[in-house]
Ligand binder design. Structure first.
Ligand code: PEP
Length: 253
């Protein structure tokens, strides 16, 4: 991990896990944190399916593991069938929420404007927004990666973003769930680029946590997490089992 920014190691469980198996995995993660005795030097976050937020947040309270949502609506309440507000997540015990994950941008046609409005809703509710950005394979192969990332960062970041309330997760779309990762040089290049973009937008840009996500696993976490401007990870598949997630968490401890 670079600098003295406190890292964040986050797990995104996506649409996986029923109540009992999820509670078992969370308890296993918590007991590993507690057994270490030393207070963790990183923040640890699990974003389960929304139905499980309340139960898992209550299990995790006071343990050093935080619980977050995977998405929220931009409005506080109203006629939005099937949606959840940031305020509802907060009241269920969430402290973070992911916004703009590529699966939301693709499956739900979420534009930068929508992502920005959701991130602003997160801040309004007192949640930390984890704003996800990342290029597609076509964009990478056509040399558009950095301009796509700049566009997403500039247009998805919430008004009022600070290092305390906003995290940026760089997740190349082609690396999510595929087992493929960019080279360390490519990750470092994009993260340095995001830091520069943030410096044009925020007065405390140097303190914003920049996560890398996309096929992070125990075997590649150390190398990825030690790159400049990588302040933690956003992990999908390898976060579902505490035993798989733990070596990744350990890179931040
Ligand atoms: C993700 O869903 O944010 C992700 C990075 O998934 P995976 O680790 O499975 O590639």
């Amino acid at each position: 991990m670079s600098t003295n920014i406190r890292p964040l190691i986050a797990g995104n469980w996506k649409m996986n896990g029923f109540a009992s198996e999820s509670a078992t995995e969370l308890k296993e993660l918590i007991s590993r944190v507690i057994e270490r005795e030393d207070t963790p030097n990183c923040d640890i976050l699990i974003c389960p399916p929304a139905l499980l937020v309340r139960e898992l947040a209550s299990l995790a309270e006071g343990t050093g593991v935080s619980i977050g949502g995977q998405d929220c609506h931009a409005n506080e309440k109203g006629a939005h069938t099937g949606d959840l507000s940031a305020e509802m997540l907060k009241s269920a015990g969430a402290t973070y929420v992911l916004v703009g994950h590529s699966e939301r941008r693709t499956d739900h046609y979420e534009s930068n404007d929508i992502v920005k409005a959701k991130a602003e809703a997160a801040l309004r509710a007192g949640l930390i927004a984890v704003v996800c950005v990342g290029e597609t394979l076509d964009e990478r192969e056509s040399g558009a990666t950095l301009s796509v990332i700049t566009d997403q960062v500039k247009n998805s970041l919430p008004q009022g973003a600070t290092a305390a309330n906003t995290v940026v997760a760089y997740e190349p779309v082609w690396a999510i769930g595929t087992g493929k990762t960019p080279t360390p040089e490519d990750v470092a290049e994009v993260h340095a680029h995001i830091r520069k973009d943030l410096q044009t937008l925020l007065s405390d840009a140097d303190g914003v946590r920049l996560l890398y996500g996309g096929s992070v696993k125990g075997s590649n976490a150390q190398e990825l997490m030690s790159l400049d401007h990588v302040n933690g990870g956003l992990v999908g598949g390898a976060s579902l089992k505490a035993a798989d997630f733990w070596p990744i968490v350990e890179t931040g401890l």
